[in-house]
Ligand binder design. Structure first.
Ligand SMILES: *Cc1c(COP(=O)(O)O)cnc(C)c1O
Length: 232
């Protein structure tokens, strides 16, 4: 038995049962395989088992793996890590989605550097839902204004929101954050027809995130095992 494929099946079935419990169709939740620190051959194995969307946090590492996987023509790369301005050109060129948008300056550069012949870059605004100092993301009360400003960029397509909730929340805190994200998402969606994606939930909170309306879960550890920390 191939363990990474077993884990893929387990994650898929957790998504399915979480969907059923919330009366949602299993197709309404997309699985993003977060492959940071993991080698290209593991990505290839998941691809061969049908997985298409992959998330990476570190640009140089991602570009190296992409070079080894150029034959997988319909693989979809998501950039999900912090973005430095000197990295925007490569991100604009080598990714289909960017989930960690929280600064206008970065958005402007991505818009300028996304080549005209390519379809617009799909972007998610990262929201700092628990108001943590250590975390990136737009404060909830700044979101409407930020989303409106992004509309000036024709090479960016606003698809929704991404959040990384607090690490060890109480059940009540977790419930409040998820509910707040759900509300922000539905407000944004009612305003912009391109918005369809709420990227929320990781290996240890996938079920609660799906119950709260997540449409994309970002799963690393549960698929690939613990991360190779000396690469982080
Ligand atoms: C690493 C990472 C994940 C995956 O987290 P796991 O707990 O390993 O599933 C998801 N989202 C972001 C933004 C990450 O950096």
């Amino acid at each position: 038995m191939n363990s990474i494929i077993d884990r893929l099946k387990e994650v898929r079935s957790s998504i399915e049962s979480a969907c059923l419990q919330s009366n949602r169709s299993p197709e309404s939740v997309q699985l993003l395989a977060v492959s940071k620190t993991k080698p290209a051959d593991k990505i290839r194995q998941l691809y061969q088992a049908g997985q298409r969307h992959f998330g990476e946090n570190y640009l140089q590492e991602a570009l190296q793996k992409q070079l080894q996987l150029t034959d997988l023509s319909d693989i979809v790369w998501h950039f999900i890590g912090p973005i430095q301005s000197n990295k925007t050109r490569d991100i604009a060129t080598h990714f289909t989605w960017v989930q960690s948008i929280d600064r206008l300056k970065i958005a402007r550069r991505l818009n300028e550097q996304r080549e005209q012949h390519m379809p617009p870059l799909n972007i998610l605004i990262q929201v700092n839902i628990d108001d943590e100092q250590s975390k990136a993301g737009i404060a909830p009360d700044q979101l409407a204004e930020f989303a409106a400003e992004l509309q000036q960029f024709p090479q960016l397509k606003l698809r929704g929101l991404m959040t990384l909730p607090a690490a060890n929340p109480t059940a009540e805190q977790q419930r409040q954050s998820l509910t707040a994200m759900q509300r922000l998402f539905s407000e944004l969606k009612s305003q912009y027809p391109t918005v369809d994606t709420l990227s929320m939930g990781m290996s240890n909170d996938l079920e609660t995130a799906i119950a709260a309306g997540s449409t994309m879960v970002r799963i690393g550890t549960a698929l690939f095992g613990a991360r190779d920390t000396n690469k982080e």
